[in-house]
Design a protein around this ligand. Sequence first.
Ligand code: SF4
Length: 401
Amino acid sequence: MTRRAPDSCPGVLRLHEAADGPLARIRVPGGRLEPAQLQALAEAAHDLADGNIELTSRGNVQLRRVSDAAALTDRLVAAGLLPSTTHERVRNIIASPLSGRIGGLADVRPLVRALDTGLLAAPRLADLPGRVLFTLDDGRGDVSGLGPDVGVHAVGADEFALLLAGGDSGLRLSAADAVDVVLAAAQAFLDLRGADPGRWRLHEIEHGAERVIDRLGSAPSADELEFPATPDIPIGWLEQDDGSVALGMGVRLGSLPARTAEFLAAVERPVFLTPWRSLVVTDLPEWTAEQVVRVLAPMGLIFDADSPWLLVSACAGQPGCAKSHTDVRADAADAVGAGRVLPGPADPLDLPRTMSAAEVAVAGRQHWSGCDRRCGRPQGEVTDIVATSEGYRVDRPPRVP
Ligand code: SF4
């Protein structure tokens, strides 16, 4: 696939002109926010944007209707959320959110820091398209299925599979080599991409993975593993290996009000953004965890793994996107409120016609889109509810034979 336009992914220094105003996307490698960083984001959302922090499907955040880009930049720099003016859009690193705290075969936290440091230290890697995705999976299989351009997946305490273009390359690496090889693969992608601005992802280059392997000078040595997309959202009370508690929290349609974020920052523990547009606050004593649930559940954060909100995602829709046929977020929220988001797997029946928002009643994971582009659609088995000029169309996920 070759596009004509260069990649125009937004950042902080290059805002996206959305229909409702300028939008800033802030990269958060590994999804980790220190309490002071979350507080800074909350204040920026309140003072300089629309009052909400949007969580993205890559564990990053967005602010909408930014009123003063220079002031936002200054605040993010001060908070350590914009360490580079050249590489800000390439720091798309998703890691297993619970790594080093609960389960997993290896602790990928040091790899997150090393990969981010390595990206920032390589001037040429600033040329990576903003769509390129790196994943670091600690072996539990929660993020390898997200289709990384380059990633590693722990297959033992000190052995990682190298992932290229969303699949297992068959190469195996030690922990000590993992980041260097990932960075070398990113350089190889740039070599293959050449001067063609229309190729944003490794899988868009013919035989891209094989050609990267050639450039790495290695030969696959293992049977290739499969990495299905698993919506393994950590929700509720999670006991850490060290005896403290992590709390997984769903966020309605991925939009976190600044006021709620301030309460979360006041807990003074690291907070992780997940690629399922949820949060995990970690390292809590039991008593503190109980107070957090008591305060934040009434504010709308979701601690119940059976909540229908966890089945629903939506694109920006109106008024944020000019392409949208309607306000899909309001319609999705109405569907949850009216009990029309049903538990269980997707209903296999085909619905051949379009329907009004009030007629949509769908079981299982579902993504509401304002048009056929389906922005932000999660990976895996998801029913698409797509707005058209005649109403909503429901597209079932492909049947598994
Ligand atoms: S899916 Fe369509 S309406 Fe929704 S954000 Fe993307 S382009 Fe806009």
